[in-house]
Structure formats: structure tokens, C-alpha cells
Ligand binder design. Structure first.
Ligand code: PRT
Ligand code: ZN
Length: 304
């Protein structure tokens, strides 16, 4: 392995994952100067550079040592690792973190007028997909023999064109399926963007840079899902309110000057970081449990 003192991360150049991937790196404090061809961006704030490429190329680039880390859809990562493993090859990359964006699912879909029942309904059918390895694994696991028709795009029109009976494709809102008179029958994979890496232990600066970046990514993910909740409650009702706080760290509890609204017991102020989104329903539950003066604040940075 040639020693290197800079780390390289590959992200999708343009597409559904580009903006969120670059946003995440910006939140980790990384700033880049883009080159004229816009394929290589030099890291200005840290020795970490960016490669802007097609998402399908990212796992292979990591396996070949072109870069150390990459952001891709789990669908792409799993397709390529399943293909490698079924041919007794080492995929050359590992999934390191789920990133919480780019959610979609890889599903079997069939013409709306047809019934599905179970995977057995696929016996002898022609299924169009861009994910042959994942589809074949699903068919094998369900003991079904079907023909996989591999297409690189526009999979959803295959049944209309008569080139396949059903499809296996990515779905997010489901609008594309409806527009093509198809319905979702079975989910093969729930997917989101993931950070992938070589899994190698580097003997140069890349080891420390990888660790530092992973720590910052963990911090950004935790912050994204965290809110600071502040409220007041009487001591008597405190246990019920604490129970209603969603995924809270150990709360700070302070006494409040003066008698409470009902004049009976003294109020306490509660402050807690909750690792979940706080909906109106959560606030109403807290209020019903006795909380008042509720405040929900965003958390900007977090380092535990
Ligand atoms: O050029 P490059 O190869 O880099 O891009 P690409 O065209 O292969 O990928 P892109 O940008 O379309 O998607 C990148 C990644 O986004 C995918 O690998 C998924 O991990 C994720 N993602 C999330 C999706 C969707 N949602 C999605 N809805 N990828 C594709 N779709 C397509 C789907 O194929 C279908 O055609 O959108 C259509 C369905 O959407 P709905 O909302 O109508 O259900
Ligand atoms: Zn692609």
C-alpha cells in the first residue's frame, strides 16, 4: 500500500444523493476548492479531498484503493457486495454508517390487476431489474425459479413493452409505479445512504483522519436527530413527565422559585436532550402528563 497523507472520499457527482452528501461533509467542517473539471475537489480545511463520480463507481473505487471512503445508496452497496460474494470474490468495501437520508426501498411490483399472494407467484415469470444480484438472492431464498431481465434504466415500462411480466425496482413515493399502472407487492431491501470504506487499517495519516471524520459524522447524525427539551412541572407529576420524554438522556432537574400554578407543590424545571424528533403529539402527551412552559430547541453541535 503506497503511503498517503491525505484522505479521499467519493460522493455522487449529480443525482439524488449529491446535495445531502456534500451537506453532511460541510457540517463536519470540511471545505473544498473545486477543480476546473469539477471531478476532484481539494480539501482546504483538512487534508481530505473529494471525488465527484457516478454512484455505481464508488464501491469499486474503494476496492481498488482509489479512495478510502464513499457515500452510496445501500441498494448500490448491497447489489455489488452480493454480486461479489455470490462469485466468491471479496467485495473490497464495508458499510460503516447509515446516514439517514436517501431513503427508498427495492421492491417487486406487478401490474395493478394481478394478485401477488406470496413469492411463489413469481414462479416462471420474467422480472425486469437493474439489481440482478439482489433479485436472484431473493428468488433463491424463496425457492422460486424466474427469469431476470437486466435493464439499466426505465425498468418501470418493461411490463407495458412486453419485455417482462413484473419489475424489481427502487420505490420512494410510489408515484412512478402508479403512473405505470403497477403496484408494490414485496419489499426486498429497505435502503438509505451509507458511508462505505475499505475496512483496511492504514499505517499513515489516513488512519487518524478516518477516525476523526467518523467521530464528526456520528456527531452530526446525533445532532440531526436531537432536540433540547425544556419544561416545568410539579414535583408530584415529574415521574409521569420523565416517562413521556422520547429517548431522553439523563435530564437536568432544577428547582423553580415560588409556588406552582396550583399553589400546592413547588415546580421543577427539566432540561433534557431527546434523541428523536419531537412531534406535536409528543408535546401534547407531555402537557397531559403535567408539563407546562414547554420549549423545544435545535441542537447545533454535540461531542460526548
Ligand atoms: O448518474 P448516477 O449513476 O450517479 O445516478 P443514478 O441515476 O444511478 O442515481 P439517482 O441519483 O437516481 O439515485 C441515487 C440513489 O438515490 C439511489 O441509488 C438510491 O439509493 C437513492 N434513491 C432514493 C432513489 C430514489 N429514492 C428513487 N426514487 N433512487 C432512484 N429512485 C427512482 C426509482 O428508480 C424510480 O425510477 O425514482 C423512481 C421512483 O420514485 P417514486 O418517488 O416515484 O416512487
Ligand atoms: Zn447510478
Amino acid at each position: 500500500m503506497t503511503p498517503r497523507d491525505r484522505l479521499r472520499i467519493a460522493v455522487q457527482k449529480s443525482g439524488r444523493l449529491s446535495e445531502s452528501s456534500q451537506d453532511l461533509l460541510a457540517k463536519c467542517g470540511l471545505k473544498f476548492r473545486s477543480s476546473r473539471d469539477k471531478l476532484f475537489c481539494y480539501g482546504e480545511s483538512m487534508p481530505i479531498d473529494l471525488l465527484l463520480v457516478r454512484d455505481d463507481d464508488i464501491p469499486g473505487m474503494i476496492a481498488q484503493g482509489v479512495c478510502e471512503l464513499g457515500f452510496v445508496g445501500q441498494n448500490v452497496a448491497r447489489e455489488q457486495s452480493t454480486d461479489a460474494l455470490s462469485n466468491s470474490r471479496d467485495p473490497g468495501f464495508l458499510e460503516l454508517r447509515e446516514l439517514g437520508f436517501g431513503h427508498c426501498r427495492l421492491s417487486i411490483a406487478l401490474p395493478q390487476e394481478q394478485e401477488f399472494g406470496s413469492a411463489k407467484a413469481l414462479e416462471g415469470k420474467r422480472i425486469a431489474t437493474s439489481y440482478p444480484a439482489l433479485l436472484n438472492k431473493y428468488l433463491l431464498e424463496n425457492g422460486v425459479s424466474a427469469k431476470t431481465v437486466v435493464l439499466s434504466g426505465s425498468v418501470e415500462i418493461a411490463p407495458k413493452l412486453g419485455t417482462a411480466d413484473l419489475i424489481c425496482d427502487l420505490v420512494s413515493s410510489g408515484a412512478t409505479l402508479v403512473a405505470n399502472q403497477l403496484k408494490e407487492a414485496a419489499v426486498i431491501l429497505e435502503s438509505q445512504a451509507v458511508l462505505i470504506g475499505s475496512g483496511l487499517t492504514y499505517a499513515d495519516e489516513r488512519a487518524e483522519l478516518t477516525e476523526l471524520l467518523l467521530r464528526r459524522i456520528d456527531g452530526v447524525i446525533r445532532v440531526r436527530e436531537s432536540k433540547l427539551v425544556m419544561l416545568q412541572v410539579s414535583r408530584a407529576q415529574l415521574p409521569m413527565v420523565l416517562k413521556a420524554l422520547p429517548k431522553a438522556d439523563r435530564p437536568t432537574i432544577m428547582s423553580v422559585e415560588g409556588a406552582s400554578a396550583n399553589g400546592v407543590s413547588h415546580d421543577v424545571a427539566v432540561q433534557a436532550v431527546c434523541h428523536d424528533s419531537i412531534s406535536w403529539r409528543h408535546l401534547e402527551e407531555l402537557k397531559a402528563a403535567g408539563a407546562h412552559n414547554l420549549l423545544v430547541l435545535p441542537v447545533e453541535k454535540m461531542l460526548s
